[in-house]
Design a protein. Structure first.
Length: 610
C-alpha cells in the first residue's frame, strides 16, 4: 500500500490526465478572434438561417467539428452561435464554395486522436514517476538508517531492576558460584584489588550442556554486584554484509564502557568464535571479522575500565585458540548437570509459586529425574501444573509430577489402537526388557513398564538408578546391552514371528558396544587404544572427508570385537529368559491386562513366580 500523500498525488495525475483529454477535444473559437467569449443560447440558429447570414455577409468565421457534427460560427458583431449538423457537410462542395465566395473562413476539426489507450499510457507513466520518487525517498531513508543497522541490539538489565536475579535464584552450581565470587568483589570494589596490583580475569567462559544455567549464573553475578548487565547472542554478530558484525561488537563495548562497571554476556559464543580459516573455501569473512573485533576489544580495555565479559558455550572444542588464551577467556568454569541434591534445590525454586499437595516429595521427584538439567526441571514443574489444571485439581499432587516425568522421558501418550496380536507382541517385548534388567545385578532398577504408545514407541520400560552415575563399569555396560536385546529374544519366544520393533534397541546396543571397543579400551584383543580420532567435524576445515587413523585390518578387528561383544550379551539375555520363561509369560499377561505396571507390581509378579 502507498502512503496517503502518494495516493493523493496519483489521483491528481489521473484528474490532470482527464482534463487534458477533455481540453484537447473541446476547441474554443475564442482563439480565433472572439472578444466576448460566450455562446449565445437565446438566438438558436438553423443551417438555413446560417446560410442566409452567410449570403448577407454577417458571418466572419466558422468551425465544423467532425467528431460530433457541431457547427460554430461568429457573427460580425462578435457573437457566438452553434448548431448540430451532419459531419458529411464537410464534403459538400456547394456549401464550401458558398462560404468561400462570401469570405467566411471555415476550420474543420477532425476527430481527436487522443484515445483511451493514450490516457492509460499517460496515467501509467505518471504512476511510474511517482513510484520512482517514492523509491528514491525510501532509499535515502534506508541509507539514513544504516547507522541503526550496525548498532548492537544487546539487552540491558539495569542495576536497580526490581526483579533482578541473584544467587538465591540459582540452585546448584555451588563450585561455579565460588569461582565467580571474587569477580563480584572486584565489580563492587575495584580499587581494593588495583591497590594490590591484582588483575581480575577479563573474560570468563561458562562451559556446560544446554539448560544447566549458564546465562542465569551470569545474570546472578551482575545482580549480586549491582551493576548493569548487557546480554547478546553470538549469532547477532553474524550478518550477510561483511563488517556489520564487527560494527555491532564495537557498539556493544562502547555502550558497556559508558556504564562501567558492568557485565557483558555473549551467549552461544561458538556461533562466532569457531576456528578461523575453517570450512571449505577458507571460512566466513563476516564471522571472522566480528571475532577479530571481539579479540581487539578485550585487549583494548583500559586498566580503569571495570568490564567483565562472560561467555557461554557447550562446544568448547571448536573455539579459536585466540579466544581462550590468557588475557581473554582464560578462566573456564564448567557447569555440569545437577546431582540429586541440586535437582531437589532447583525444584524448590521452580515450585515456589505452585500450590503443592502435602504428599509431594521433591526429594523423590529429584531421584526420578537423573540427567535432567535446570531447564528440564522448570519444564517438569510447569507440566505438572498443566496436568493438575486439566483435571480441575486445587493442588498439584505427586501423581501429577509422575505423569509429567512420563511425558518428558517417554513422550506424550498416543491415541493408537493396536490389535490383539500387536498388543501381545509389544507386551512380550517390554516384558523381555524388564525381566533381563531385574535378573542382572549390575542393572538399574526398573521403575515402570507400559505398553501404552508414547512418542514414537509402542511401549516403554523406564529404569531408575539408585544414585547418579559418574563412572560406567564394564559389567554395567554389558548389562545394558543385554537389556536392549531382551525385547527381540522375548518376541522370538512368543512364536508369532519377529517384528521391526527392536530397531531402536539394536541401534543403542551397537553404539554402546562400539564405544566400549573403540573408545574405552574394553577389548583384550585391541588393547587400550582410542581408535576414533578420525571423527572430526567437517566444518572445522581440517579435512573435507572423514579419515581414519587406523588401517582397514584394524577396522575389521573392531567390527569383529563389536559383534563378539553383542553376541555374548545376546546369549546371556537369552539364557535368562529361557530359564525364567514362566515369569516372562506372567509379566506379559499382566501387561496386556493392565497396560502399565509400577515397580511394586513388577516385583510382586517376579517374587511370586520365583
Amino acid at each position: 500500500m502507498f502512503p496517503r500523500n502518494i495516493m493523493f498525488i496519483i489521483i491528481g495525475v489521473l484528474i490532470a490526465s482527464l482534463a487534458v483529454f477533455f481540453i484537447n477535444n473541446t476547441v474554443s473559437i475564442k482563439e480565433n478572434g472572439a472578444t466576448n467569449g460566450y455562446l449565445d443560447k437565446t438566438s438558436y440558429q438553423t443551417i438555413t438561417s446560417f446560410l442566409k447570414l452567410v449570403e448577407s455577409n454577417q458571418v466572419s468565421y466558422a468551425e465544423l467539428r467532425l467528431s460530433d457534427g457541431r457547427l460554430k460560427w461568429m457573427s460580425k458583431d462578435q457573437r457566438l452561435y452553434a448548431i448540430d449538423v451532419f459531419s458529411s457537410l464537410a464534403g459538400d462542395m456547394d456549401f464550401l464554395n458558398k462560404l468561400k465566395d462570401h469570405g467566411v473562413g471555415l476550420k474543420i476539426i477532425p476527430p481527436s486522436s487522443f484515445s483511451f489507450l493514450n490516457l492509460l499510457v499517460l496515467f501509467l507513466l505518471g504512476v511510474t514517476a511517482i513510484y520512482v520518487i517514492f523509491f528514491i525517498r525510501q532509499t535515502k531513508s534506508g541509507l539514513n538508517n544504516q547507522i541503526g543497522f550496525t548498532k548492537a541490539r544487546a539487552k540491558e538489565i539495569s542495576a536497580v531492576e526490581k526483579n533482578k536475579i541473584t544467587f538465591e535464584d540459582v540452585a546448584g552450581c555451588e563450585k561455579a558460584k565460588e569461582e565467580v565470587k571474587e569477580v563480584i568483589e572486584f565489580l563492587k570494589e575495584p580499587e581494593k584489588f588495583r591497590k594490590l596490583g591484582a588483575k581480575i580475569p577479563r573474560g570468563l567462559l561458562f562451559i556446560g550442556p544446554p539448560g544447566t544455567g549458564k546465562t542465569l549464573l551470569a545474570k546472578a553475578v551482575a545482580g549480586e554486584a549491582g551493576v548493569p548487565f548487557f546480554s547478546e547472542s553470538g549469532s547477532a554478530f553474524v550478518e550477510m554484509y561483511v563488517g556489520v558484525g564487527a560494527a555491532r561488537v564495537r557498539d556493544l563495548f562502547e555502550k558497556a564502557k559508558k556504564k562501567t562497571p558492568c557485565v557483558v554476556f555473549i551467549d552461544e559464543l561458538d556461533a562466532i568464535g569457531r576456528h578461523r580459516g575453517a570450512g571449505i573455501g577458507g571460512g566466513h569473512d563476516e564471522r571472522e571479522q566480528a571475532l577479530n573485533q571481539i579479540l581487539i576489544e578485550m585487549d583494548g580495555f583500559d586498566s580503569h575500565e571495570t568490564i567483565i565479559v562472560f561467555a557461554a558455550t557447550n562446544r568448547p572444542d571448536i573455539l579459536d585458540s585466540a579466544l581462550t588464551r590468557p588475557g581473554r577467556f582464560d578462566r573456564h568454569i564448567v557447569i555440569p548437570r545437577p546431582n540429586i541434591k541440586e535437582r531437589e534445590e532447583i525444584l524448590k525454586i521452580h515450585t515456589k509459586s505452585i500450590i503443592l499437595s502435602a504428599n509431594v516429595n521433591l526429594a523423590k521427584i529429584a531421584k526420578m529425574t537423573p540427567g535432567l538439567v535446570g531447564a528440564d526441571l522448570a519444564n517438569l514443574a510447569n507440566e505438572a501444573v498443566l496436568i493438575a489444571a486439566r483435571m480441575n485439581k486445587l493442588k498439584v499432587e505427586e501423581s501429577d509430577f509422575e505423569a509429567a516425568i512420563d511425558r518428558l522421558l517417554m513422550g506424550i501418550s498416543q491415541n493408537i489402537i493396536m490389535n490383539e496380536k500387536e498388543k501381545k507382541v509389544v507386551a512380550w517385548h517390554e516384558a523381555g526388557h524388564t525381566l533381563v534388567a531385574k535378573s542382572l545385578p549390575n542393572a538399574d532398577e526398573i521403575n515402570k513398564v507400559t505398553i501404552i504408545p508414547r512418542g514414537y514407541s509402542l511401549g516403554a520400560t523406564h529404569s531408575l538408578p539408585e544414585d547418579d552415575r559418574h563412572l560406567y563399569f564394564e559389567d554395567y555396560l554389558k548389562a545394558e546391552i543385554s537389556i536392549f536385546l531382551g525385547g527381540r529374544i522375548a518376541e522370538k519366544m512368543l512364536g508369532l514371528g519377529i517384528t521391526n520393533g527392536a530397531r531402536d534397541d539394536f541401534k543403542k546396543a551397537f553404539e554402546l558396544a562400539r564405544k566400549m571397543i573403540a573408545e574405552w579400551g574394553m577389548s583384550e584383543n585391541l588393547g587400550t587404544i582410542f581408535y576414533e580420532q578420525g571423527k572430526s567435524e567437517v566444518f572445522l576445515g581440517r579435512d573435507i572427508a572423514q579419515t581414519k587413523d587406523y588401517s582397514e585390518e584394524t577396522a575389521r578387528m573392531i567390527d569383529q570385537e563389536v559383534k563378539i561383544l553383542i553376541d555374548a550379551c545376546y546369549k546371556n539375555a537369552k539364557e535368562i529368559l529361557k530359564r525364567k520363561s514362566i515369569i516372562l509369560a506372567s509379566l506379559a499377561e499382566k501387561l496386556i491386562e493392565k497396560e502399565t505396571l509400577e515397580k511394586d507390581e513388577i516385583n510382586e509378579i517376579i517374587n511370586r513366580q520365583s
